[in-house]
Design a protein around this ligand. Structure first.
Ligand code: ATP
Ligand code: MG
Length: 341
């Protein structure tokens, strides 16, 4: 399957570009901070990559590091940044650099933690130089505590000419939730910080992805809807679903069951964008909340059972629910007024 290009996120991209401009064009003293949060697979890394590609002028320095997902070790972010980079010109003690870069030969425990942290900040400053730089931090939620402390320090480092571009799952999903929450709030507290919480794609976004994959012809609304429901609009789920059915027509997405690993209930958008309900639909929803069958609802509202069925299926679509019970729950959560009388 061809890689899908990013849909939606135009507003987010523009805001990140503006943040970069304040530093790189207007010469505002840094650091400038941008924090992107969102659930697994919602598209944080893709947005970071797209932003880096769009930044003008190009960053003079790009330092990029990610958490090591297995066996986190101190200063993973900096070690990733230093990997493969010549450091002799930095003029820092080589044994400390070896420790920060996680060289296997580094002497152990030579420096107190506070000293190492100061040396780590100094290392980043030297690498950034006159800037303007972008410091990319991927997967903050999975970072080791030393890296998190370093980020906190960098966000507060006076006149650091850098944009700190951070992507993280919500702190609750972090390896160390309390520390991650503290660092995220410290980052977001920096003056002028940009924060973006990415949500799933809506039906229009899903339709755009389907159009890309199935070569141009607009997908049937029924297909868009079913795929949106099945994936909760999560781009990772969506790309996995499409990859699992690559080479087959779009109808395969409806016919076949979901691949095993995707069969977890997809996160649903809290309020689907098209949840505008008509007066009649609100009444029918009230009947669902009351636990009525279609026949009972038809009698209560003085309409035919067939009409109730149509309203119910519209309600399921508009509320992003997979069942009547879920629609009733949605009504309660969204405080839809109960049926009068
Ligand atoms: N807006 C989008 N349009 C099209 N495809 C997208 C979009 N966002 C993400 N994708 C695709 O979905 C997949 C997951 O995206 P990505 O890796 O950026 O998610 P993430 O939020 O960084 O996830 P994680 O929390 O696991 O790091 C990728 O294949 C990516 O190309
Ligand atoms: Mg990512």
């Amino acid at each position: 399957m061809m890689p899908v290009s990013m849909v939606g996120r135009a507003g987010e991209l523009a805001e990140l570009d503006r943040a970069w401009s304040t530093l790189a064009v207007d010469g505002r003293p840094g650091p400038v901070v941008a924090v992107l949060t969102g659930a697994a697979g919602v598209g944080k890394s893709l947005l970071v990559a797209a932003a880096l590609e769009a930044f003008t002028p190009r960053p003079a320095v790009l330092l990029s590091g990610a958490a090591r997902l297995h066996s986190p070790a101190p200063y993973d972010w900096l070690a990733a940044v230093l990997s493969g980079r010549g450091t002799s010109r930095l003029g820092l003690p080589s044994d400390a650099l070896a420790w920060l870069a996680q060289h296997p030969t580094a002497p152990r425990e030579r420096y107190a933690p506070g000293t190492l942290l100061r040396l780590a900040v100094r290392t980043v400053r030297l690498l950034v130089g006159a800037g303007p730089a972008v410091l990319v931090v991927e997967d903050l939620h999975a970072l080791d505590p030393a890296s998190l402390n370093l980020l906190g320090e960098l966000a507060a480092a006076p006149d650091l000419p850098a944009l700190l571009l951070v992507a993280s799952r919500p702190a609750a999903d972090a390896v160390a939730p309390d520390l991650a929450a503290r660092v995220l709030s410290r980052l977001c507290g920096v003056r002028g910080a940009v924060r973006q919480h990415l949500g799933p794609l809506g039906p229009a976004g899903v339709a755009e992805v389907l159009t890309q994959v199935y070569a141009g012809s607009p997908p049937a609304p029924r297909l868009v809807d079913a795929v949106w429901q099945r994936t909760g609009g999560n781009p990772y789920m969506l790309t996995e679903l499409l990859a699992a059915h690559a080479g087959q027509g779009p109808d395969a997405l409806l016919r076949h069951p979901l691949p095993e690993h995707l069969r977890v209930p997809a996160p649903r958008p809290a309020v689907p964008p098209d949840a505008e309900l008509t007066g009649r639909e609100v009444e029918v929803l009230g009947c669902l909340v009351a636990g009525m069958s279609n026949k009972q609802a038809a009698r209560a509202l003085g309409i035919s059972v067939r009409t109730v069925t149509v309203h119910v299926s519209n309600l399921l679509r508009k509320t992003g629910s997979a069942s009547r019970t879920e629609a009733a729950l949605w009504a309660v959560q969204h405080r839809v007024p109960a049926r009068p009388g």
